[in-house]
Design a protein around this ligand. Sequence first.
Ligand SMILES: *Cc1c(COP(=O)(O)O)cnc(C)c1O
Length: 391
Amino acid sequence: MLTTTMDVRAVEDQHTSGAYAKRPLTIVRGEGCTLYDETGRAYLDMGSGIGVALLGHGHPAVAQAVAEQAQTLITCPEAFYNDRRAELYAALRALLPAEIGRFFLCNSGTEAVEAALKVARLLTGRRGIVSLKRGFHGRTLGALATTWNPPYRQPFAGWVPESAFASPNDLASAEALITDETAAVFVEAVQGEGGVYPLDADYLRGLRRLCTERGALLIADEIQCGLGRTGRWFAFEHAEIVPDMVTLGKGLAGGLPMGAVAWRTELGQIESGVHGSTFGGNPLSCAAAIAALNALRALDAPARSAQLGAWLLGELRARHLPAVREVRGLGLMVGVELRERVTPTLQALQARGLLAVPAGKTTLRLLPPLIVTQEQLAQAVQALEDVSNGR
Ligand SMILES: *Cc1c(COP(=O)(O)O)cnc(C)c1O
């Protein structure tokens, strides 16, 4: 039994891969928008575990669905039909544009992007990929090709497929790269990891038109910006476009690992055997996702994010904090670009009992659970003001 903080951290440090820069905090419990360390100290969670905990922590309906399904049927490969999987298809179908009705279920965001790449190649017979500078689509070798940040990609040069990178909000740049050999164009309607940049609606409409003209599939990566976070169920809806494919992950299953890729019904199916996943579409994750989507609906998550997000953005901008260069965002997906590196600010906020996440070297990212209250957002703004003023 590990009982002291020193033990936990020492053991992790001794054995971790090294892939993660660690923060000196051991989190052992969560409830709503609050996380607790091993001493019982509370932290306001403005990161949702990197955008996952859309419903906060310990949501009773999700917890109950998981417990019940674990006792009923925990695994069931896709070679068999399953009631929970069918219910999840129906639930996703009801949220997505009517044109979109085929799904491949998997276990993480990057797997959804892998599947999207393979499906796009199979359905178009083309090989070309276009993605955007500042874009992030995951870390496995296929998805990594579409992820912009060179330090993520370069150590694996030669191993990953090649993507061309267009400049965001610059249609001429996309026009030069999307050809009749392009299978897929990947876009986050709000770029998350790259610094929280909402893309212009006109630009997204232009991308939609270019893809249609040239026969490339437009793939909206909604892993971070989807499921109500930005004030609509899907961020591409702000531009009133319908993509050809949509990737989902992060909060999809209320905190359990799950990813999904959905595509237009008219594009058809892929052949059996060309893709698959042992855990894909498992009833446990499906049950959690059904409960999470029901709870998000009951919360009217898009309307809530729109309203609270507008308040948060307005409040952050109105303070004109000396350390802040720019405040960007849409709904409850907010980036605060600082005039300096973000790490000391994250540490100072943590010392005040507030947890947020970075997006790049200088941007503080706020991705609160969508159940957050205005009072909690006000606390976060106040903490940021205090830190910015060196208090
Ligand atoms: C987090 C993220 C991914 C990757 O998801 P993982 O579950 O970490 O593999 C892909 N795309 C976007 C937009 C993301 O935010």
